[in-house]
Ligand binder design. Structure first.
Ligand code: GDP
Ligand code: IMO
Ligand code: MG
Length: 433
């Protein structure tokens, strides 16, 4: 049975890289609009269609489909140079980006001093570094909250020169005086602004207005999240998080629509966990820093677990139902898409974390303090693995009984029904439940 789509918010409910790009691309033919509402080029969403791989950073994962209007909402942050590169690559592949994409005039611009600050802060943090993607995300959102950010609609403002002078004064004071880094030159900032004027301004629109017109016309809207709930600035593993709200609620403020804009909240999760960057990860088994485990290594190798944006190796571990159930609750998840089931093929046993133990006591909530969370020991349920291949399966009945039992258990412990199971990277590799 196919998945009949209503207005849907599709979000990651782990630490990012759950396969959002694949699922959104797969659902996009049923949508009139696909809209991004937060994050920026820290995101890397991979679409595999046959032999062709496309990695998107700013642009919604509906862009490969005819008749899909793609929107970048006010809640996102835009690096004009990175966006221009992304557009150029797509155009070279024959995608008419200018016909399909509109960007909110209220988006904040990532400027060279944001990139410099992101890098210098990570160096200054030493062993306590966040492991950011280095795309200037934190400093850009910081400027937005501080009300000194430059938006796309400010590019031709009369007071822009003065604002840039003030910003550079402040940023270079921090960079040189506090972080012992090189100052940013005014020419670099001017060049970034000019690039934005030439390549981004022609795509700018009042996106909230566009979306309201679509809603009036009864269009089907697919909201595409970036990152994942555990990277949310409020609900994630603070301070090891990104600088935006990644939860379903952010879709509303990040585009300018009301809470009644969505009928379905689809939570996307891998059949195991990964994390790229630092921070707590109770079920971690394997990482590039020397943590060894055969099942974790299997996940990393078979799942090709390398960051889509930075190429960094991802940390891997067992499915953590504590994390995903927390995400189900705070996002109001109505259904789940479980991805990368095929990666677990061949393991003798598979595990699910169903609780944590800390100082001899069992807890069933997510601690707010990252150090406490980090000290949690997972309580596992162990289930039989499966030797048969699930790769490319398109019907639940094709899955081995042990894989079906594993999925059923995930739905029970996460307190949400599974609507889709992804069994390979391609658009075609999907079972609808
Ligand atoms: P996103 O950021 O959530 O869009 O996820 P990424 O694109 O960063 O990472 C997911 C990776 O897993 C990509 O390389 C996808 O092509 C791949 N992928 C997605 N779904 C599946 C699946 O079901 N099986 C396998 N083997 N790979 C998948
Ligand atoms: P998608 O959309 C995985 C992580 C970084 C770091 C933290 C803060 O592809 O799932 P930032 O650069 O945002 O200040 O980094 O967040 N991070 C991601 N991890 N997938 C992503 O995006 C991520 N975007 C940011 O690794 O730990
Ligand atoms: Mg990604």
């Amino acid at each position: 049975m196919g998945y009949k789509m209503k207005n849907t918010i599709a979000i990651g409910i782990q630490w990012g890289d759950e396969g959002k790009g694949k699922i959104v691309d797969l659902l996009a033919p049923q949508a009139d609009v696909v809209a991004r509402f937060q994050g920026g080029p820290n995101a890397g969403h991979t679409l595999i269609i046959g032999e062709k791989k496309t990695v998107l950073h700013h642009i919604p994962s509906g862009i490969l489909h005819d008749h899909t209007l793609c929107l970048i909402g006010n809640g996102t942050v835009v690096d004009a140079a990175a966006l221009h590169d992304e557009i150029t690559l797509l155009q070279k592949a024959g995608v008419p980006v200018h016909e399909r994409l509109r960007i909110s005039d209220r988006c904040q611009l990532i400027l060279p001093y944001h990139l410099a600050l992101d890098a210098a802060r990570e160096v200054a943090r030493g062993n306590a570094r966040i492991g950011t993607t280095g795309r200037g995300i934190g400093p850009c959102y910081e400027d937005k909250a501080c009300r000194r950010g430059i938006r796309l609609c400010d590019l031709n403002a009369a007071n822009l020169d003065e604002r840039i002078t003030n910003n550079l004064h402040y940023m270079n004071f921090i960079l040189t005086g506090f972080l012992h880094a090189e100052p940013v030159k005014r020419e670099e900032v001017e060049a970034a602004l000019e690039l934005a004027r030439i390549h981004v301004l022609p795509l700018v629109a009042d996106v909230a207005q566009l979306l309201h017109a679509q809603q009036k016309a009864n269009a089907c809207i697919l909201f595409e999240g970036a990152q994942g709930t555990m990277l949310d600035i409020d609900h994630g593993t603070y301070p090891f998080v990104t600088s935006s709200n990644t939860v379903a609620g952010a879709a509303l403020a990040g585009l300018g629509v009301g809470p009644n804009a969505a009928d379905e909240i689809l939570g996307i999760a891998k059949a195991y966990m990964t994390r790229v960057g630092a921070g707590p990860f109770p079920t971690e088994l394997y990482n590039a820093d020397g943590m060894e485990d055969a099942a974790g290594k299997h996940m990393a190798e078979v799942g090709h677990e390398f960051g889509s944006t930075t190429g960094r190796p991802r940390r891997t571990g067992w499915f953590d139902a504590m994390v995903t159930r927390h995400a189900v609750r705070i996002n109001g998840i109505t259904s789940l898409a479980i991805t990368k089931l095929d990666v677990l093929d061949g393991l003798d046993e598979v595990k699910l974390c169903v609780g944590y133990r800390i100082n001899g006591e069992t807890i069933d909530t997510i601690p707010a303090d990252a150090a406490v969370f980090d000290a949690c020991e997972p309580i596992y349920e162990t289930m039989a693995g499966w030797k048969a291949s699930t790769f490319g399966a398109t019907h639940m009945a094709q899955l081995p009984t042990a894989a079906q039992s594993f999925l059923r258990r995930i739905a029970v412990v996460c307190e949400a029904p599974i609507r889709m199971v992804s069994t390979g990277p391609d658009r075609e590799h999907i079972c609808h439940c």
